[in-house]
Design a protein around this ligand. Sequence first.
Ligand code: BT5
Length: 262
Amino acid sequence: MGLRYRIHHHDTIDSTNDEARRLASRGEPEGAVAAADSQTAGRGRSGRAWITPPGAAIAMSIVLRPRVSANRTTQIALLGGLAVLEGIRRVVDLPMQIKWPNDVLVRGKKVAGVLAEASFAGDKMEYVVLGIGVNVNDGPPPDSNLEYAATSLATESGSALDRESVMNAILSAFAERYPLLGTPALSALWSNHLAMRGQPVRVIGLAETIVGTLESVTDEGAIVVRFDDGSSRTILAGDVHLRGGPLSPALNNSPSPSKSSM
Ligand code: BT5
C-alpha cells in the first residue's frame, strides 16, 4: 500500500524535523507530516541554519519507516529532492536542477533544500524524518549572509503561488517515487536533473577536498568525480562547488585541493 499522509499543521514551531521526530517517537506511523508556517530553529545539514520566511514558504517533515535493512538516509534525501523538483513542476514551469545532495535550484539559485535524519535503536533504523523547505512566495531576506544565492518560486515565475497546492504536489510526487527506494531507477532519474554534470567541480567532503569533473550519481546516492588522469572517486557526503563559476562560494577558506585516485 502507498504512503498515506496525516498532516499536523502548526503556525510556529522550532523545527518541523524536531516535531516529526517527536511524532515518530510517540509511535506515529509512516506518513505523519509536521508542517509549519514559520520555524524558529529551522536547520540544514551540519548544524547550518535554514530560514523560513513566515507565511511565504513550505516547511514540512515526513515520518518514514522504510522496510529496508541498510541505512538509506542518503537515498531518501535524493528521493526528497526529486519529489520537490517534480512536485513544483506540476504547479509552475521553471528550469530546475538538483545540486547534489539536497538543493533544488532555479537558474542556479537555491529555491529548496531537504534534510533527511535517521533515528536508530542499536543498529536498527527506527525511522527517518524527511524535512523539506521551499521558498514559495518569498526567500530569505537579502542580508541573510548565505553561502549561495537564494530565490523563491514567485520571484522566478513572476507570480504568487498557492503554497498548499505546491505542498500537495510535492507530497504526491514523493508518494509516487517512494517505492523506488533501494532500486537503481532512482539514480537514473536523479542524474537527469544533476546540476553541474560534466563540469569542473570542487567537492568538499568530510575528510578532504577533491577537484575533478562531476560525472554521475550512483545507485547508493553517491556522486562520481572523474580526475584528469581518468581515474575516479565516489563520494557519499559533502558539498559540490563549481570551480570558478557562479555557484562557487563567495568566501572559500577550504584547504588547497588534494587529489587522490583509486
Ligand atoms: C539544506 O541544508 O538545504 C536543508 C534544508 C532543510 C530545511 C527543512 S525546512 C523543514 C525541515 N525542518 C528543518 O528544521 N529543516 C527542514 P544545507 O544544504 O546544509 O543548506 C543550508 C544553507 O542554505 C544555509 O547555510 C544557508 O546558506 C542556506 N539557506 C538557509 N535558508 C535558506 C533559504 N530559505 N533559501 C535558500 N538558502 C537558504
